[in-house]
Design a binder for this molecule. Structure first.
Ligand SMILES: [Zn+2]
Length: 143
């Protein structure tokens, strides 16, 4: 029996973003991320043709995101496979990525305990499947 006050230990998960950039509906969130006034590029971290990592920021709530875009050239298919992961990050993490203290290849580790917006577009599909996923993800360079 431990006398304990109520309300100790807030366990609510970290909350990121606004109802636009972190909309429950993944397709709506993606639309905001792609719109001109939505989530904008802040800093390009790595810009290879098949591997693009950038820090972006919501124009409405200033939430920072790391965006990891990977493309796999599919010589057999008519279209290249494209995968994109967008993860909300703290300003400190954004600074670390921008300053090179945090490798873009390790950005996936930031996903621990958070949701990220995933867009998968394999070459066989007519349109991307967009969904919220969570947890640590693997960052791989395309080719
Ligand atoms: Zn926002």
């Amino acid at each position: 029996m431990r006398p304990r006050g109520m309300g100790g230990g807030v366990t609510e998960s970290e909350r990121f973003g606004c109802e636009a950039c972190c909309a429950e509906d993944a397709s709506a969130a993606r639309a905001h991320h792609q719109s001109y006034t939505g989530v904008r590029l802040e800093t390009m971290i790595q810009d290879d043709s098949h591997f693009i990592v950038s820090v972006q920021r919501c124009g409405l709530c200033s939430q920072a995101f790391v965006s990891v875009f990977t493309e796999y050239v599919d010589w057999a298919g008519s279209r290249d496979a494209q995968y994109r992961t967008v993860l909300p990050i703290t300003d400190t993490e954004a600074d670390d990525l921008t300053a090179g203290r945090l490798s873009p290849h390790r950005a996936g580790a930031l996903g621990h305990g958070r949701r990220h917006l995933q867009s998968d577009w394999p070459s066989s599909a007519d349109e991307p499947s967009v969904y919220w996923s969570s947890g640590v993800f693997e960052v791989r360079e395309g080719y």
